[in-house]
Ligand binder design. Structure first.
Ligand code: ZN
Length: 348
């Protein structure tokens, strides 16, 4: 039985609402996601191991220090500002984004105002920071690193039950309900240990953050199957089939975009392409970004994968028979996400 790395701190992040197209909508990346998965895995007999704390060194090889510092301090800074008493704001939400469209290649200054700083690091309005966001995201990174430790010490495979998810978090920017990229940190820890590592991402959405981290790296493969961004789905501007990496990393990125409505057969053909890419890459370790949001019942994607589809995907990745760290990404249907996780891990 694959052990489950757990930390109570992953429950501390509660986005409560997201600001989506200018409207406050119910957040779907809720703490209960983790508790229902945890309960399902416990009922299936998976043993649990506690998360151990790790220093920032591997994290800082994935993310810029400025982003990490911002996430660590943003909530306290927000509370020090007038935002609560002035406008009743109880979450950090950016309102101005100093993208190159604004700065136009000119030298620019780090903003003085806390509410302006937020948009330096965040690339959307739906990934809010509140009390406990940093603690949960940092605990997720620790859980991923704990899983790598266990695998490097001889465990075949370990599952890190993390939230918030991470694969949309880029080196210097967070968004897509992600803050710190746990899967990328886990892959970097394997790379540091001298292992050629394949990150296989089966979340319904393209992991633009993980792709960005390893875009020009030859020692880490990033391979993803996801709903076609060209059909109007997040992350919209990345995740197309012709993105294959650059420089030393040319050929080390593989994208398999699928049309909305794709069911088991089409999705599993995509998963098989990821596995074949890992074989061609001569991978010595795998990080599986396990998103359950490709499931038919999931509210966040138009893919139509069944429980059996997730089991067959688990078996396909398991057949690589490589040391593997499984990192929890998306999956938002609270009624089925626990069972889907059990199905994938059991077949693995
Ligand atoms: Zn997703």
């Amino acid at each position: 039985m694959i052990p489950v790395v757990w930390s109570d701190d992953v429950l501390r992040h509660d986005p409560r609402d997201e600001i989506w197209v200018g409207v406050r909508t119910d957040g779907t990346e809720v703490p209960r996601r983790a508790t229902v998965i945890r309960a399902a895995l416990a009922a299936a007999g998976h043993p649990e191991v506690p998360t151990t704390e790790h220093p920032d060194d591997v994290l800082l090889e994935v993310h810029e220090a400025g982003l990490v510092d911002w996430l660590r301090t943003a909530w306290d800074a927000w509370q020090d500002g007038p935002y609560g008493t002035l406008v009743g704001s109880d979450r950090v939400v950016p309102y101005v984004f100093p993208t190159p469209l604004m700065t136009s290649g000119m030298p620019w200054r780090y903003p003085a105002a806390t509410h302006a700083r937020a948009g330096v690091w965040c690339y959307d309005t739906m990934t809010v920071v509140g009390p406990g966001t940093w603690e949960a995201a940092r605990a997720a990174v620790d859980a991923g690193l704990t899983a790598v430790d266990l695998v490097l010490a001889g465990r075949h495979s370990v599952y890190a039950l993390t939230r918030p998810p991470g694969h949309h978090a880029a080196p210097a920017g967070f968004g897509g309900s992600c803050y710190l990229n746990t899967a990328a940190v886990a892959a970097q820890a394997f790379a540091r240990a001298g292992r050629r590592v394949a990150v296989l991402d089966v979340d319904a959405h393209h992991g633009n953050g993980t792709q960005a981290v390893f875009w020009d790296r030859a020692d880490v493969l990033y391979a993803s199957v996801h709903v076609d961004p060209g059909a109007g789905w997040f992350p919209h501007v990345l995740g197309y089939g012709d993105e294959r990496g650059a420089g030393a990393g040319a050929g080390s990125t593989v994208n398999v975009p699928l049309p909305p409505g794709t069911d088991d057969d089409g999705w599993l053909r995509g998963v098989r392409l990821l596995v074949e890419a890992a074989l061609r890459f001569d991978a010595e370790a795998v990080v599986l970004s396990l998103g359950l949001d490709a499931a038919a019942a999931d509210p966040e994607s138009p893919l139509l994968v069944s429980r059996d589809g997730y089991a067959r995907a688990g078996a396909l990745v398991g057949a690589l028979d490589l040391p593997t760290v499984v990192v929890q990404e998306g999956g938002y249907d609270l009624a089925s996400v626990g069972d889907l996780t059990v199905a994938a891990l059991s077949a693995f």
